[in-house]
Design a protein around this ligand. Structure first.
Ligand SMILES: Cc1ncc(C[n+]2csc(CCOP(=O)(O)OP(=O)(O)O)c2C)c(N)n1
Ligand SMILES: [Mg+2]
Length: 337
């Protein structure tokens, strides 16, 4: 099969060289991090659920990189990559997966509940579409307090068939809230394809019910995702207008550890999406523009592999939370907001 090129190949460079290389390194970091979590799960170092962003790196990194420091992010449970892309140190994400005190949620959250308030990451949520009303609330707070920030709310295609999706989009348009609704359309909600679940399978079109602006982009092309998200976040901040962005992408592994992802997808389909691996596409783009050669790519892999080793070491060495702190974080403490 002929590999499709990135849509961005014939455009001028949209970002300085260092930023482009950073996008690549973030994507490689997320890929290798997730592969390591699979290994750690098999070794029982990580217990419980694990939903990976493998295959979706361009959608995750492209969107999150478009946020300003002031902006806010909130996501579903498929959240390891979102935390890393937002700048949460990989070692605290790994420690969270291990259930350790040094984790970004103090070991209380685990895979589905990464959080990093200091970096404006308001967390991953396990209830499908449960966080969309929270995103509307974050955007309403920004508006009410006159803050110069927008909210990026990421969720899966499956979330678009939940009532909270419609309620949140409706209110956000009615009240002109500064929020970008981001559908990471990886073609499946567990084992159900979008075409079997949604009467309108072009999910971005659903925004028309709320007279909301929407777009669909190639979610395997990190620059397309970055450019669209950056533009829509700016519109949210400056014009106080919400919008809906759909990225078309694919998760290469199964839904979680209990799903091999093979019974409801053909080998041919999986192979077709592998032909457009977001990391390979962007690597080629950078090579075609003389920004990267194989030796430099190998260095990226080496740096990433070092970071992953450090992340595992930190997670292993961090203690489990002490039982005395069982009730910590359950109630607000006096003097805290
Ligand atoms: C309200 C609710 N219903 C069902 C589930 C079980 N469940 C967990 S993930 C999932 C699929 C969601 O698919 P999608 O929104 O496309 O996200 P993806 O996993 O593909 O990233 C379902 C049905 C849940 N967590 N919450
Ligand atoms: Mg999905």
């Amino acid at each position: 099969m002929v590999e499709q090129s990135t849509r961005a190949t014939d455009r001028p460079l949209p970002l300085p060289r260092a930023n482009l290389l950073h996008l690549l390194e973030q994507m490689v970091l997320i890929r290798r991090f997730e592969e390591k979590t699979m290994e750690m799960l098999a070794l029982n170092r990580i217990r419980g659920y694990c939903h990976w962003n493998i295959g979706e790196e361009a959608s995750v990194v492209g969107a999150v990189t478009a946020l300003t420091e002031n902006d806010r992010l909130i996501t579903s449970y498929r959240d390891h990559g979102f935390a890393i892309a937002r700048g949460t140190p990989p070692e605290t994400v790994m420690a969270e997966l291990f259930g350790k005190e040094g984790g970004c949620a103090g070991g209380r959250g685990g895979s589905m509940h990464m959080v990093d308030i200091a970096r404006g990451y308001f967390g991953g949520y396990g209830i499908v579409a449960g966080h969309l009303p929270l995103a509307a609330g974050l955007a309403l707070a920004a508006d009410y307090l006159g803050e110069d920030r927008a909210v990026l709310c990421a969720f899966g295609d499956g979330a678009t068939n939940i009532g909270a999706f419609h309620e949140s989009l409706n209110l956000s348009k009615l009240w002109h809230l500064p929020v970008v609704w981001l559908i990471t359309n990886n073609q499946y909600g567990m084992g159900t394809s979008v075409h079997r679940a949604s009467a309108e399978a072009e999910l971005y079109k659903r925004a028309c019910a709320y007279e909301m602006y929407s777009e669909q982009v190639d979610g395997m092309d990190v620059l397309s995702v970055y450019e669209a998200t950056e533009r829509l976040l700016r519109r949210a901040r400056e014009d106080r207008e919400p919008s809906l962005l759909e990225t078309l992408t694919y998760r290469y592994p199964g839904h979680s550890y209990a799903d091999a992802g093979k019974s409801y997808r053909t080998k041919e389909e999986i192979e077709r999406w592998h032909q457009r691996d977001p990391i390979r596409l962007f690597q080629r783009y950078l090579e075609e523009h003389g920004i990267l050669n194989q030796g430099e790519y190998d260095l990226v892999e080496r740096r990433v592999s070092q970071k992953i080793e450090e992340a595992v070491k930190f997670a292993e060495e961090s203690p489990f939370p002490s039982p005395d702190t069982l009730f910590k974080y359950l109630y607000a403490e006096e003097g805290t907001k």
